[in-house]
Design a protein around this ligand. Structure first.
Ligand SMILES: [Zn+2]
Ligand SMILES: [Zn+2]
Length: 274
């Protein structure tokens, strides 16, 4: 809505009182039910959903392959000859991660990349809620494997969160906690060291940049809790691993990572065979 139309609504409100107010409310309803178009493909949006992405784009998110590492959830097809022999990827055979298990909703590709950007930079809460619904279904489908006592978002460094005004991981973890009927602890974990400004990090730099970069907030109760740790994207697993180490050091019983997207082509640092 341009400045012209909002000032005319304001003028109408002054002139017409209740009728003007109703017109304004009507405008709000129209913008809820008939937004501009799909934010990914621009197709007109139908229906009453507040998610600004069309059903075709939402349906195009690539499901994870069936054969995944039992621990970290990485697709196993990348390991030739492993199928049927082991359900662990080489990193998990080496016990690389401090989290007990990690799962993701879909492959980080295509329309999902755009959706994650919308969530990250435009704070589209209805999209976070929609994705949280799919994550809740995933938790349900995995039975007891992803059982937890508390839901925690992967934190941003406080300076970054202040600049952005919100933490995109919390746009997922908060509605997810509600759906699962679990407490949401947004401030249990904190990032004590910011990510380097450099945009592209090598694998080694990625691991270095997060090692020891998280801590539990003094006085927070983690003892013996099973923590469900939520983030938007899992790439190397280094961030979830660093968070899990901080939580385990503070006494957490177990940590389970849950992300919307999984960058499946990302190699691991501990293996030189890729
Ligand atoms: Zn679309
Ligand atoms: Zn694994």
């Amino acid at each position: 809505m341009g400045a012209g139309s909002s000032s005319s609504v304001a003028a109408g409100t002054r002139r017409k009182g209740v009728r003007g107010w109703m017109a304004e409310a009507g405008d709000a309803l129209v913008s809820v039910f008939f937004p501009a178009g799909c934010r990914i493909c621009n197709r007109p949006l139908t229906g009453a959903s507040r998610v600004p992405i069309c059903e075709e784009c939402l349906a195009s998110f690539g499901a994870m392959p069936k054969e995944i590492c039992e621990v970290c959830g990485r697709p196993l097809a990348a390991f030739a000859g492993n199928e049927g022999v082991t359900s662990l990827c080489p990193a998990c055979v080496d016990k690389t991660y401090a989290f007990e298990r990690a799962r993701s909703l879909a492959v980080y590709d295509g329309a999902l990349v755009q959706a994650i950007l919308l969530l990250k930079f435009e704070q589209i809460e209805p999209l976070g809620a929609w994705l949280a619904g799919r994550l809740a279904e995933l938790v349900g489908a995995e039975g007891g494997k992803l059982a937890a006592d508390v839901v925690v978002p992967v934190p941003l460094h406080r300076q970054r969160e202040r600049e952005r005004g919100y933490n995109q991981a919390a746009l997922l973890s908060k509605p997810l906690a509600k759906r699962l009927g679990l407490p949401h602890k947004a401030v249990l974990l904190m990032r004590t060291r910011a990510r380097p400004d450099k945009r592209i990090l090598t694998l080694e730099e990625r691991w270095k940049s997060v090692r020891g970069a998280f801590a539990t907030r003094p006085g927070s109760q983690v003892d013996n809790l099973r923590v469900l740790l939520v983030d938007d994207v899992l790439a190397t697993g280094a961030t979830l691993d660093a968070c899990a180490r901080a939580l385990r050091a503070a006494g957490a019983k177990s940590v389970i990572g849950l992300t919307v997207a999984r960058a499946v082509r990302n190699p691991l640092p501990s293996s030189d065979t890729w």
